[in-house]
Design a protein around this ligand. Structure first.
Ligand code: GLN
Ligand code: ZN
Length: 791
């Protein structure tokens, strides 16, 4: 990529780092356990980088990224690079052995690729401090983590303090550039941009505006660029996905200041934007002194026209035409249509063909899937296949389509078979969709009417107690489920085991004096997978892992076709639990929006349509649960909020269909049936209208860590229905005492009417142990009783 660009180039923005066989997870966790040392971990990192660089080169990618690798998270890497270590970890350099016994080897630190010298002598960030920031240590809790834009990837939130300073404290980006160079691969290093970095961070001191730190931050970025240039780099990719959001004037000013300063480095800068259209930020970004721009044409193909008219021909334009966030094989004809447009407007110089965003969000290699049938497989592309597509598109643009006829023919055949396959298009589903009436989204009676009927039916005490659904998934539960899955255990034995677990859970809840019971969800591996496996239109991969955070990877189901429910999914277990007790047992379902959000979704119809199909399936389940005598049904929607679009102007349209889908799923229930929903993670204040519009009879939310502050929105809004604000932080192994929970309930009472309040934990208990759960629930019931006495 040195010298004059005369033709289109193939480029990549980032490759998944986890390894086809999740090598990075295994190595990192082994390091944490002290089973391997630093050097071994470092070696595996280097091996993965080498493998991925070579793979990219071998499939013909010309612009290959480096520094897309990370031992945990690229934002945390940036924090390390900038030396923005929160004060609570500073003592850590001397306490490494707390995190990893293996780190005791005295000279191991000096061997780290991303550490120049030991923390004690140079102030560089050593790997154990790095992991302590990500995961916490005995001495200091972890830094917060949150979702990277609208993906399911989580980054470690930077923290800024009064008097914050920055210094070059990790040379990882420079070292990895050199590492690739030594392998004969000239890369374009990737950095998280300064304005995105500051905007995603949180000020931990009052009156501190993160953007005000820009002037202190820029010299470190400038040093990095200079060092890269000295090492032989000519281009750098700086990711500023924040440009897809509504920007404040301050953010734009910061952007201008930043790139005016960084343009002096001698290194050419490509700003990568993704996940959204640039809109009003387009002409702004074109006015910056940068040399290249990457745009996402999968999320926002329509922006190509304005991009072509605004972005100068003399500068690189990178066209993101292959979906970096989904698993579908690219329609090469459609993608090359976009490329042709750009070619017609600009000619071939300074054009690059790329994925829409880093491939971090896509699994590694479809070749690893041996159990998918050929037809379905022919519809898919993982990271490696996407790079091959990019190469084919680039070659076709440079040499004409006849150069890659085969690739185009295969792509067209896949498009054709997906468009016409009976596995994708189900007439029965189409008929059900067409038959939906506005009334289907409504319960019969108003909330007040339903509440009156339900109170009579269930005669629950004030401040009724319940849990969110799952009970501890013990080693035995996991093992038995896995054994059954493998076929080691026959159905009858497995069913008997589940019945025993359910009965045990019911008795425990009865003994504790909980008012509304659950069956415990022992049969479920995952709240989306469990339903996906029983619904038509879903497929599952063997190795389709993507990083969620750190060493936690997820394997989202693939929704490839019209969704329907061949038969009841949960009725059997809920009905069995109900048969054991006189107390009401809640049926437990995952809501349509959450199933959609946590899957790879179809790209051949709007998400709203797929969601409505799922809603109909859940609705059928609700009706069947009701028929089986289940009077209370919870439809979990923890992902409702995270589905919000990045641009505010798009929020209402999303909320309208998301709320409608929830209401369709609940709408078949009679007034006597009490519909609950549950949500965790996140603020609700700015979407109160939508939460109220769900019209669930009861909503439970995560509130304990916010000290009930999250309830302010509900009280300001005068939220009419019933609410269970979580009084017990299930993320912590610590047992909350009665007083603590009473305090929280008192805080809830300040904000809500007493007969509105339910008492429950923040979320499901599946990650906890029984000996943590039992005393905590005992205290919770006790706190509820106290509250009743105080009435
Ligand atoms: N019912 C689910 C459980 O208890 C809810 C999980 C969630 O909200 N993420 O596990
Ligand atoms: Zn939850």
């Amino acid at each position: 990529m040195k010298g004059r660009t005369i033709m289109l180039q193939s480029a990549n923005l980032g490759f998944p780092r986890i390894g086809l066989k999740r090598e990075l997870k295994k190595a990192t966790e082994a390091y944490w356990k002290g089973e391997i040392d630093y050097l071994a971990l470092r070696k595996i990192g280097a091996k993965l980088r080498e493998r991925h660089w070579r793979l990219q080169r071998d499939v013909g990618i010309e612009v290959i990224p480096s520094n897309d690798f990370s031992f945990y998270d690229q934002v945390l890497d940036t924090t390390a690079m900038l030396g923005a270590i929160p004060p609570r970890y500073r003592a850590n350099g001397n306490n490494r052995d707390r995190l990893s016994p293996s780190a005791r080897t005295p000279n191991a630190h000096a061997m780290m690729a991303d550490v120049a010298e030991t923390a004690a002598t140079s102030g560089s960030v050593d790997l154990d401090t790095y992991f302590a920031m990500a995961r916490g240590s005995a001495a200091a809790p972890a830094m917060e983590m949150t979702k990277w834009f609208d993906t399911n990837y989580h980054y470690i939130v930077p923290e800024f303090y009064e008097g914050q300073q920055f210094r070059l404290a990790s040379r990882k980006v420079i070292d990895e550039f050199k590492e690739a160079k030594a392998l004969g691969i000239h890369t374009r290093p990737v950095l998280v941009g300064p304005v995105t970095y500051l905007s995603l961070g949180k000020a931990k001191s009052p009156d501190l505006d993160p953007l005000s730190l820009l002037d202190r931050l820029l010299p470190v970025y400038a040093d990095v660029l200079t060092a890269l240039s000295e090492a032989g780099a000519d281009w750098v990719q700086i990711d500023e996905p924040i440009l897809g959001l509504d920007l404040s004037d301050a953010q734009r000013d910061a952007m201008r200041t930043a790139y005016t300063a960084l343009s002096q480095s001698g290194l050419k800068i490509l700003i990568a934007t993704y996940f959204e259209r640039l809109d009003d930020n387009l002409s702004f970004v074109a006015s910056l002194p940068i040399d290249g721009l990457h745009v996402d044409l999968v999320r926002a193909p329509a922006q190509l026209v304005s991009v072509l008219s605004v972005w100068p021909k003399s500068r690189i334009l990178s066209l993101g035409v292959v979906d970096g966030r989904n698993i579908w094989r690219t329609d090469l004809n459609a993608a090359s249509g976009l490329i042709e447009k750009a070619l017609a407007a600009r000619g071939p110089d300074n054009l690059q063909i790329a994925p829409s965003c880093s491939l971090l969000h896509t699994p590694v290699d479809l070749d690893g899937e041996t159990k998918l049938d050929d037809e379905l497989k022919s519809w898919l592309a993982f990271s490696k296949q996407k790079l091959i597509e990019i190469q084919a598109l680039t070659r076709a643009a440079n040499e004409g389509k006849q150069a890659t006829l085969e690739a185009f023919a295969a792509s067209a055949a896949a498009v054709q078979s997906r468009a016409s396959s009976a596995r994708v298009h189900d007439e029965k589903v189409a008929a059900c969709m067409a038959a939906i009436t506005p009334g289907d989204a409504n319960r019969s009676g108003s909330f007040a009417e339903r509440q009156a009927k339900q109170r009579k039916r269930f005669a629950l005490p004030k401040f009724p107690t319940t849990t969110i659904g799952s009970f501890p998934q013990t080693e035995e539960v996991r093992k038995t489920r896995a054994g059954h899955r493998r076929g080691d255990l026959d159905d009858a034995t497995y069913d008997a085991f589940l019945m025993k677990e359910i009965e045990n859970a019911v008795r425990i809840q009865e003994n504790l004096g909980i008012d509304v019971l659950v069956h415990g969800e022992f049969e479920r591996n995952d709240m989306v997978e469990y339903f996906g496996e029983q619904l038509s239109g879903f497929a599952f991969t063997q190795n389709g892992w993507v990083q969620s955070y750190g060493t936690r990877y997820v394997k989202p189901p693939i929704i490839f076709g019209d969704v329907s429910r061949p038969k009841p999914m949960t009725v059997r277990w809920s009905a069995y639990a109900q048969s054991l007790t006189d107390k009401p047992v809640k049926g437990m379902l995952t809501g349509p929006v959450t199933i959609l959000q946590w899957s790879f979704v179809r790209d051949d119809q709007p998400g709203s349509v797929t969601c409505r199909q799922i809603a109909l399936a859940i609705r059928d389940e609700v009706v069947d649960l009701e028929k089986a005598g289940i009077g209370i049904i919870q439809i979990d929607e923890p992902a409702l909020r995270e589905g919000l679009p990045l641009r505010h102007t798009d929020w209402q349209a999303y909320l309208d269909w998301a709320v409608q889908c929830f209401r369709i799923s609940a709408g078949g229930a009679s007034d006597l049936t009490q519909i609950h929903t549950h949500m965790c993670y996140g603020e609700f204040n700015d979407i109160m209208q939508a939460i109220a519009a769900l019209d669930a009879d009861v909503i439970s939310i995560e509130t304990s860590r916010s000290q009930m502050e999250l309830l302010d929105g509900f009280s300001e809004f005068k939220y009419p229905n019933e609410i269970g604000p979580g009084v017990y932080d299930i993320h912590s192994p610590r047992c909350p005492c009665v007083g603590e929970m009473s305090n929280l309930i008192a805080k809830a009472r300040e904000r809500l009417a007493p007969d509105q309040i339910w008492i429950n934990p923040d979320c499901g208990l599946k990650t906890r142990k029984w000996d943590e759960v039992l005393p905590a629930l005992k205290n919770m019931v006790e706190a509820a009783k106290k509250m009743r006495e105080d009435l």
